[in-house]
Design a protein around this ligand. Structure first.
Ligand code: SAM
Length: 232
């Protein structure tokens, strides 16, 4: 199965962007995922290629027109799950990423200006997803972030298939933050001449002890940094 993403945008050249590099870039080449960036402006009919208009009720900014976006949407043969990237939406968290990565086709609508006419979202059953409690100038960076998080979970994309389940926020590890990592050299002397050793337990070869140490570190880190995500 190829994970396919349709993107409705005013800036199709923003894709694949960073996703054309590294693991996601290789996965794109290998056909693990594909995308189609559709320029909403191609579906305008006036000479100025207008996609927005002033808001009913007054106020600042412009709103993207439902009729133009609908034409762009209807040009997609199989839109699959329809998502509007929006700061008002359900927050993107790892369980939702896992769910989206297991979906065959997504259509992501990227807003600009003040956003999209509500009637388009209601009429076509778009769900709204936010990447965080802050406001971006457009949905494209949010779409790229959502796509990145999904693509790395696709079968064969990451070298070590066990890695994904052990990471911060994974339901498999109770949603905890990940324990700290260390690599060579075992003793590192920093630029000020201070020596930093790797915790002994990690070099002990005792897998049960290592697992317990990591679990304890994860719990302590989560308690300290993110008590809001600790379960009772
Ligand atoms: N007026 C909107 C509001 O206050 O909710 C913000 C519009 S924002 C300037 C333009 C577009 O950026 C939105 O339509 C949405 O597609 C995208 N966007 C902004 N922040 C986002 C976020 N946190 N998550 C996902 N998309 C976001």
């Amino acid at each position: 199965m190829t994970f396919h993403i349709n993107i409705l945008t005013l800036f199709p050249d923003m894709f694949p962007g960073s996703l054309g590099q590294s693991l996601s870039g290789k996965a794109l080449e290998n056909g693990a995922w594909s995308y189609n960036a559709i320029n909403i402006r191609d579906f305008t009919e006036d000479v100025h290629k207008t996609v927005d208009d002033t808001p009913y009720g007054g106020g600042a900014g412009m709103v993207m027109r439902p009729d133009i976006i609908e034409k762009a949407l209807l040009s997609i043969e199989n839109p699959g799950r329809k998502i509007y990237l929006s700061p008002r939406g359900q927050q993107l968290k790892q369980p939702l990423v896992q769910e989206l990565a297991a979906t065959e086709t997504l259509t992501l609508l990227c807003g600009r200006y003040e956003g999209v006419d509500q009637r388009l979202l209601d009429a076509h059953g778009f769900e709204e997803i936010s990447i965080g409690d802050y406001v971006l100038s457009g949905g494209e960076p949010a779409a790229l972030i959502m796509m990145d998080a999904c693509i790395r979970l696709l079968p064969g994309v990451m070298g070590n298939k066990d890695t994904a389940g052990e990471e911060s926020h994974s339901p498999e590890t109770g949603g905890l933050l990940e324990y700290p990592h260390y690599t060579r050299p075992a003793e590192w002397v920093d630029a000020d001449g201070n020596t930093h050793a790797v915790p002994d337990v990690l070099r002990s070869g005792d897998h049960a002890k290592i697992e317990k140490w990591r679990r304890d570190q994860s719990e302590a880190l989560t308690r300290e940094r993110r008590p809001d995500i600790l379960k009772d």
